[in-house]
Write a protein that binds this ligand. Sequence first.
Ligand code: LLP
Length: 418
Amino acid sequence: MHFFKYKKKELYAEDVKVKKLIELYGSPLYIYSHKTLLRHFKAYNNAFGRYPHIICFALKANSNTAILRIFAKNGGGADIVSGGELYTALKAGISPKKIVYAGVGKTDDEIRFALRSKILMFNVESEDELKKINHIAGEMKTKAPIALRINPDIDPETHPYISTGLKEHKFGIPIEDAIQYYKTASRLKNIKVMGIHKHIGSQITKISPFVDALKRILILIEELTYKGVEIKYLDIGGGLGISYKDEEPPVPKELAQHLLPLLKGKEMTLIMEPGRSITGNAGILVTKVLYLKQGYEKEFIIVDAGMNDLIRPSLYGAYHRILPITKKKRPDTFADVVGPICESGDFLAKEREIPEVKQGEYLAVMSAGAYAFSMSSNYNSRPRPAEVLVKGKEHFLIREREAYHDIQKKARIPAFLK
Ligand code: LLP
């Protein structure tokens, strides 16, 4: 559920007309609903109730500082995968004691930064990494808190690019080798074993992969406890899907109803790393229709947002609902909604049944709150859009639209060319 709704044929973000926001902030524009963000965040908190838990929002889905601040103020933590995300999470006011750090390629500098910041734990993905963290912690005369990321070999039945917990994937360590890894970790002087981690994929629309993966992990935890390895934190990752079109993914409450019975009597703190299910449907991308064009076989609606602003359709063939911001009585047509980028892969929708639109009208690309702005780029030297947060009748600029000089800011011309 979200708070982008038509009122008298005009699309509103909460209580503000989208058209008004476009007039104020320009196009293309990312718009987020505060109420939706909060509702989704709280849905997790409420679902897991009294079982000790931390919601570590996955920054990769959306790393806008103001949005992160909303979660921080409500007790949220962060799941990060880079030094940059650590920096952003801290800037947003997220407590380092609620930050978990995953990713297969942590650099020495990033490890040092995380140790200095005293994060909750590193989710370690290989033996080399474990040894590297131990070494750096030794140099810094500290102990590094870690969990091992286990690859439970579970098919999340999602898009192949966004599933992560199968044998062929680069993530985590094979479950059969886990005991050996924990033994190694326990022997390392500057490592402190805190927990266990798994994440099997994203946009998962069924409960069963979560249940199956947790069952596997719990068997492993029992074995570890028997062997004297204490697991305080059980990090089950993120991955819950959202409805882009007609998917009917479970909500956090249903997930909790299936997972909590398995955890009964187990004294651990549960960590979850949701990303998409919190911000995905809390954001939209509004774009202007620049031109209409009849090709050989197709009609094209050319808009001012491209794959640099929202890459999901180009990269995964992802479906995002596209709605006119003003509803009118008009026939539907079939068209490709394409951006201005010089690539055939630059499209927001293909062969889409869409109401006939006119030049100068605006379209809202829905479900653009996760992996949207965070995956944007300056390709074709295009400044990134502004981001606006709506709260009831109020609206706030939470990221300025980039200017041409922003794109050039880091460029240098060597003296011999001057
Ligand atoms: N934790 C870990 C370790 C992850 O790798 C991910 C996502 C998450 C948590 C958050 O998962 P979520 O709750 O958002 O499903 N760019 C792709 C999605 C990539 C997801 C990568 N990992 C997309 O646009 O669909």
